[in-house]
Design a protein around this ligand. Structure first.
Ligand SMILES: *Cc1c(COP(=O)(O)O)cnc(C)c1O
Length: 319
C-alpha cells in the first residue's frame, strides 16, 4: 500500500524500494498517485482503490492501471482487468449486498471484467477481539462463493496478525511496512522505519513564573533552560502535541512545553544540562516511537506519518 505518498514517506522512493524487495502488487487511493509511480514499478500490478471516475477509463487502460470497482455503475464503465471490492461492513466503498445481487443478475456485465482479485477491507482488524472481524470474513467468503472464482485479498496490516483464518491470496499491508504497530497493546513486531530529528536553534534561560510560547500555556515552575527547535505544526508536528510531546536527547526524554507553533516548538532542557544550540532532538525514533507520538497527540500513527511536512530534509537509508 503506497497511497498518500506511501503514508507520507515518499512514494517515489518507497515504491521502487518495495519493488526491489520483490513486491509486485501496489495500491494507491487516486489515479493521480498511480500515474506518478507507474513507470517506477514496471510490470507490477498497480491498482487504484478509490474507484473509477467517469471518463478516466482510457487513462487506466493506456497506463496499465487497474481500477478497484465497487459499484454497478463503475462496472458498467469498464471492460478488462480489474479488482472487485465487496463491502462486508465498512459501508464506505465496495459493492453492498444489494448491489452484488444486481450484478449477479447481469452475468453479461460481469463477463466484461477480468477479475484479478476480489477484495474487502476490515473495519477493526487492530482490535483482535472485535466480533466484526469474523463476521466480515464470513461475509467475504459468502460473497466470493457467489462470484466467479478469483484470487482473494482480505487483510490489511493488522488483519495479517489476526492469524491464518485471515490469510488470503494477497494481503495489503500499509502501516506495518512503515513501522506502525499492527497489534496495539502488544510489542511491535515490525521495525521502525522513520526517524525524525530537529535541531535546537536557540537555548535560553526562563525565570520561574514566566510563560513560554503563545498564550503562555506553560509557566516555568523554576528557572528553566528552554530549547527552541525549528519544527512546528506546519511540518505536521501536530498542534495537539502542545504540552504533551517529548523528545529523545542523550538517552533521556525531554518534555515539550507550551504550544507548538507553526514553525517552532519549545522543550524544557533543564534536566539535560549538556544540551546546546545545534544539538538534535529526536521527535520520532527509538526513544519515541511513532505510535507513542500518536498517542500523545490523540491520534494514530497513520496520521502522524501522513502529516509529515515538506520542509524536512529527507534522507533515505539503504534505498
Ligand atoms: C489503507 C488500506 C489498506 C492498508 O491498511 P493498513 O492498516 O495501513 O495496513 C488496505 N486496504 C485498503 C482498502 C486500504 O484502504
Amino acid at each position: 500500500m503506497v497511497k498518500a505518498d506511501a503514508y507520507g514517506l515518499g512514494a517515489e522512493r518507497v515504491a521502487p524500494a518495495l519493488y526491489e524487495a520483490g513486491c509486485r502488487h501496489f495500491f494507491v487511493a487516486h489515479l493521480q498517485e498511480a500515474l506518478a509511480i507507474r513507470r517506477l514499478v514496471p510490470d507490477a500490478m498497480l491498482a487504484v482503490l478509490n474507484g473509477l471516475w467517469p471518463g478516466d477509463a482510457p487513462v487506466y487502460a493506456e497506463q496499465g492501471i487497474l481500477p478497484v470497482l465497487g459499484s454497478v455503475a463503475e462496472i458498467e464503465g469498464w471492460t478488462g482487468p480489474a479488482l472487485l471490492h465487496v463491502d462486508t461492513g465498512m459501508h464506505r466503498l465496495g459493492l453492498s449486498a444489494a448491489e452484488l445481487d444486481i450484478l449477479l443478475d447481469r452475468p453479461a456485465l460481469l463477463r466484461r471484467i477480468e477479475l484479478r482479485y476480489i477484495m474487502t477491507h476490515l473495519v477493526a482488524s487492530e482490535a483482535r477481539d472485535d466480533a466484526i472481524n469474523a463476521t466480515q470474513r464470513e461475509r467475504f467468503d459468502g460473497a466470493c462463493a457467489r462470484l466467479p472464482p478469483a484470487p482473494r485479498s482480505l487483510a490489511n496490516s493488522s488483519g495479517i496478525f489476526l492469524g491464518p483464518a485471515f490469510g488470503s491470496d494477497l494481503a495489503r499491508p500499509g502501516a506495518a511496512l512503515y513501522g506502525i504497530n499492527p497489534s496495539p497493546g502488544q510489542p511491535n513486531p515490525m521495525r521502525a522505519t522513520v526517524r525524525l530529528r530537529a535541531r535546537i536553534l536557540h537555548m535560553r534561560d526562563v525565570p520561574a513564573g514566566e510563560g513560554v510560547g503563545y498564550n503562555a500555556t506553560w509557566i516555568a515552575p523554576r528557572r528553566s533552560r528552554i530549547g527552541t527547535v525549528s519544527v512546528g505544526y506546519a511540518d505536521g508536528f501536530l498542534r495537539s502535541l502542545s504540552g504533551r510531546a517529548a523528545a529523545g536527547f542523550d538517552g533521556r526524554l525531554v518534555p515539550l512545553v507550551g504550544r507548538v507553533s507553526m514553525d517552532l516548538s519549545t522543550f524544557d532542557l533543564t534536566d539535560a544540562p549538556g544540551a546546546a544550540a545545534g544539538d538534535w532532538l529526536e521527535l520520532i525514533g527509538p526513544g519515541m516511537p511513532v505510535d507513542e507520538v500518536a498517542a500523545r497527540a490523540g491520534t494514530n500513527g497513520y496520521e502522524v506519518l501522513t502529516s509529515l511536512g515538506r520542509r524536512y530534509r529527507r534522507i533515505y537509508v539503504g534505498a
